[in-house]
Design a protein around this ligand. Structure first.
Ligand SMILES: Cc1cc2nc3c(=O)[nH]c(=O)nc-3n(C[C@H](O)[C@H](O)[C@H](O)COP(=O)(O)OP(=O)(O)OC[C@H]3O[C@@H](n4cnc5c(N)ncnc54)[C@H](O)[C@@H]3O)c2cc1C
Length: 452
């Protein structure tokens, strides 16, 4: 016999967990289906543990900079202390249970297992059939994408999930992929004494970002002893105690191999065919209310609108509002922020210069070098960075901005407001910027816009 509820949520990533609780708070009968851990990738294998690792790596780097600035310090970083701070399987179980208890305490019926759509407004989990009067909300997220490289399958390579579980820092690590996950992880391990090689097929690191960001990060990594091989493709992998990679630039070896070549959406096997959708799609098409079909909503990474926890949470609020038949503005992605937590950090909001030009916008660019600002000079070692602003010259508003430097993710806040609220650059230029801060460099970059 089918069990009747109002909404079935499949997948409890950050957005799904949030939505399930909010819908139950609103009095709906909610069944929430999760195959692994309540909360999804972010708290267990992604945002949170990787930023704990980065925080430890940053401290080590700052301590090493200390001799230049103050005392003569000997830094002997100890990875086991970092590993102890990051949750292991036992604490995962504890946190998963705590999150589950919080949801059930709000009236959500938690169903453990793989949810499969078996009809319109119908989900099957094992031998249970759930009928959702209002509909189904999908938040199934992504999994690491493993490229079909000869010899790779079956070797004990790491993805982000194993990297955050490492109990010791390996002697050497080869990182496949110079995107966000690759560069963040590479820098952390390098700072803990691992010999790191990054292999990237494109011409620079973090290829999606402004070229200035990839170029500067490449220089910082070179200074820190990370071997960056751009324009290099891996053709074969072999494992015999250690990894040997046959690449277009010769052989590369390492004790460990991290595969950080992107993510694939968890859409296969979800039963999308039962509602006329394609499970082989790279993302599910959603409208401004997060609807993917009749009685079907989708949020998070599977919508292809930005694979970030804050996007998943933002979309969950929009979907909840629509499911509850409340009105509000449609989802907008014009001012989505993102941060790469390397040192220096890379904070981006809206469009890069190339993206704005691709949209045929009348682009004007303003730049300034952070190290040459008063605060950058005071900061000394580790103060590399820049501010780059992208303006729609006819409209007079910023359509994008990148800040690279210490705490760039925090400085980005001001620019996110500017892009989101469509603040005219004349207004931004008459603001008072505190001295001597990093964010004061925004004023210099604005002046450069006028010089363009
Ligand atoms: C290494 C790394 C670092 C990151 N760092 C950041 C960061 O600093 N900041 C940031 O904003 N983002 C970061 N991200 C991205 C972030 O983790 C995701 O965007 C975030 O988790 C939101 O994903 P989601 O809501 O789509 O679902 P996910 O978190 O992917 O969760 C989906 C859930 O659905 C479950 N599921 C899947 N299929 C089924 C099924 N059929 N039945 C039942 N359950 C199912 C899965 O078990 C999983 O628990 C990082 C990602 C990685 C890999």
């Amino acid at each position: 016999m089918a069990e009747e509820v109002d909404v079935v949520v499949i997948g409890l990533g950050p957005g799904g967990e949030n939505a399930a609780g909010l819908l139950a708070d609103a009095g709906l009968r909610v069944a929430a289906v999760e195959a692994r851990l309540v909360g999804g990738e972010c708290p267990y294998f992604a945002c949170v543990p990787t930023k704990m690792m980065a925080r430890a790596g940053d401290l080590v780097a700052d301590a090493r900079r200390a001799p230049e600035l103050a005392a003569d310090t000997t830094v002997r970083p100890d990875w086991t202390r970092v590993a102890a701070r990051i949750r292991d399987e036992a604490t995962d179980d504890w946190n998963d249970q705590a999150a589950a208890d919080r949801l059930t305490g709000r009236g959500v019926q938690l169903v453990r297992g793989e949810g499969v759509i078996t009809g319109k407004r119908e989900v099957t989990v094992g031998d249970r059939v759930l009928r959702a009067e209002r509909g189904i909300l999908l938040n199934t997220g992504t999994a690491p994408l493993v490229p079909p490289i000869e010899g790779l399958a079956g070797t004990p390579f790491w993805t982000n999930r194993e990297a955050v579980r490492a109990k010791t820092a390996p002697e050497s690590l080869v990182v496949l992929g110079g995107g966000v996950v690759g560069v963040e992880t590479a820098q952390v391990f390098a700072r803990f004494g691992t010999r790191v090689t990054i292999i990237e097929g494109g011409p620079r690191l973090v290829g999606r970002e402004e070229p200035e960001a990839g170029d500067l990060l490449g220089k910082v990594f070179e200074r820190e002893g990370v071997d960056v091989r751009t324009g290099t493709r891996v053709e074969r992998v072999a494992h015999d105690g250690a990894f040997t990679l046959g690449t277009t630039g010769g052989e590369i070896t390492g004790e460990r191999l991290l595969v950080a070549t992107g993510r694939r959406p968890n859409l296969k096997g979800l039963g999308l065919g039962a509602v006329g959708l394609d499970e082989n799609a790279r993302a599910l098409d959603v409208d401004g209310n997060m609807r993917a079909g009749d009685g079907l909503w989708a949020i998070g990474d599977i919508t292809g609108k930005g694979a970030f926890t804050h996007v998943s949470m933002y979309q969950s609020a929009v979907a909840v509002r629509d499911i509850l038949d409340r009105t509000g503005p449609p989802a907008s992605y014009r001012a989505v922020p993102r941060v790469t937590f390397t040192d220096p950090e890379i904070g981006v909001v809206g469009l890069t210069e190339a993206e704005a030009r691709d949209q045929n916008l009348p682009v004007r660019v303003g730049r300034t070098n952070l190290a040459q600002s008063t605060r950058g000079w005071i900061h000394g070692p580790g103060g590399d960075g820049f501010v780059k602003l992208v303006q729609d010259a006819e409209w007079g508003v910023l359509v994008g901005a990148t800040v690279m430097g210490p705490m760039a993710g925090e400085i980005l806040g001001a620019l996110s407001v500017a892009v989101h609220a469509e603040v005219h650059v004349d207004t931004l230029s008459t603001m008072i910027y505190a001295y001597p801060t990093f964010h004061r460099a925004i004023e210099t970059a604005l002046a450069d816009l006028y010089d363009d």
